[in-house]
Design a protein around this ligand. Structure first.
Ligand code: FAD
Length: 393
């Protein structure tokens, strides 16, 4: 058993296989030299300086999992069942692809010492002292990472400008009507948010916008999304989707015999959404997929079909989203977005709950996730009242 990618999904696949009784050798091959760690703390505790490490709570030695770290997969020969790595070939009977995603970069920024992305522990350790020095920081992109870095940078006393091509924060992820209230979060935290003017150039120490503005910065953080880390699979015969993800089936099986894919590198047809192919770059998806892969390898047909869920911690708020919105779903406010806590609900036909965004509303989060699981319908009048629990109609 070879698992390639020693991140959240890879590490938990190894653990789930052992739990289910896989007795043969398991090798976890990972490009990074650090023991497997969790990424959400990188843009939170590690940047704030309240934690130094984020190791996963998995005892690989006790599980009898061999860690082959600092070793990068470079290719795959599916007929011979051999994984090629920079330290030589690794034969397998079963191979799990769990190489995650890499940050999208902007042209010409690769060599610039003061331009950062944030995906790895090394990235966080490079960025932390910059924030701790309290200079000026520009975040390119007001997405999840941009907002969390801005939060940590303001908490460290930095001057912060966030530049976003869209007209609101989180423009790519959520409709403007729910993200418009978030502008105030930036302002209240003392971060300047400039929207609607794309970045045209990033140079050492400055960012230029399409409207001609040049914003100077001691450090620039580029947070404009991530792409599946699957370039090394080109030409291997493993089918990739147009977005670069490994096109897995509902059991997370890839197109080649004995090959599976899980986490940020894999897309799958979601049964609860009519077979729509989803590529999800969030923790919960990478955490739940491994159980499906382990079951499948051990011969129990399982299906990966979670209700998509993620959270973010920004500007002192806990922001959580669950479900999947359709274009015709109706937005229902539960609470006023000017209040400290509120929830936006999206209801489909017959009042069926399709998705929600909960800001500092932990009960709505747990009740809402249960309702989504059940495909429950809500009574809109009652659901709009934040003083009563969220309940099925
Ligand atoms: P990864 O964790 O990326 O692990 C993949 C591993 O494979 C990496 O170690 C990589 O080095 C290795 N690899 C890549 N290519 C190769 C190769 N060719 N050979 C060998 N190894 C290779 N999600 C949330 O829901 N909430 C959050 O608050 C949140 N915060 C986040 C903050 C940050 C800074 C980041 C980067 C992500 C955050 N996420 C969050 C997303 C979440 O962490 C990811 O969805 C999750 O880590 C995906 O796990 P994975 O195992 O698929 O990929």
């Amino acid at each position: 058993m070879v698992v390639v990618g020693a991140g959240l999904a890879g590490a938990h696949t190894a653990a789930r296989l052992r739990e289910r009784g896989w007795a043969g050798p398991v090798t976890l091959v990972g490009a990074e030299t650090h023991p497997p760690y969790d990424r959400p703390p990188l843009s939170k505790e590690l940047l704030l300086g309240t934690a130094e490490r984020a190791d996963l709570d998995v005892d690989f030695a006790a599980l009898g999992v061999e860690l082959a770290l600092g070793r990068t997969a470079t290719g795959l020969r599916v007929d011979a069942r051999v994984l090629e790595t920079d330290a030589g070939p690794v034969p397998y009977d079963h191979l799990v692809l769990a190489t995650g995603a890499g940050p999208v970069t902007l042209p010409g920024t690769g060599e610039l010492a003061r331009v950062h992305t944030l995906r790895t522990l090394d990235d966080a350790r490079r960025l932390r002292p910059v924030l701790a020095a309290g200079g000026s920081v520009v975040a390119v992109g007001a997405g999840w990472i941009g907002a969390e870095v801005a939060t940590a940078a303001r908490a460290s006393g930095c001057r912060v400008t966030v530049v976003e091509a869209g007209h609101q924060p989180l423009a790519g992820a959520l409709p403007a009507e729910v993200t418009a209230p978030m502008r105030r979060w930036y302002a209240d935290a003392g971060a300047e948010l400039r929207t609607g003017s794309p970045v045209t150039a990033v140079r050492e120490g400055e960012v230029e916008l399409a409207d001609g503005t040049v914003v100077g910065a001691d450090a620039v953080l580029v947070g404009v999304g991530s792409r599946p880390a699957t370039g090394w699979l080109a030409g291997s015969g493993v089918a990739l989707a147009a977005d670069g993800s490994v096109a897995a089936d509902a059991a997370l099986r890839a197109s080649a015999p004995g090959v599976w894919a899980v986490g940020d590198c894999a897309s799958y047809p979601a049964a609860r959404y009519g077979g729509r192919r989803l590529l999800i770059h969030h923790w919960d998806n990478a955490m739940t997929g491994p159980a499906t892969v382990a079951a499948g390898i051990l011969g129990d047909e399982a299906v990966h079909d979670p209700v998509p869920y993620f959270w973010s911690e920004q500007f002192g708020r806990y922001v959580a989203h669950a479900g999947l919105r359709g274009p015709s779903d109706a937005l229902l406010w539960r609470g006023d977005p000017g209040d400290p806590g509120w929830t936006a609900l999206w209801l489909g036909e017959g009042g069926a709950l399709k998705a929600f965004l909960a800001v500092d509303r932990p009960r709505d989060l747990s009740q809402g996730r249960r309702l989504l699981e059940r495909g429950a319908a809500l009574d809109p009048g009652r659901a709009a009242d934040p003083s009563v629990p969220l309940k099925a109609a």
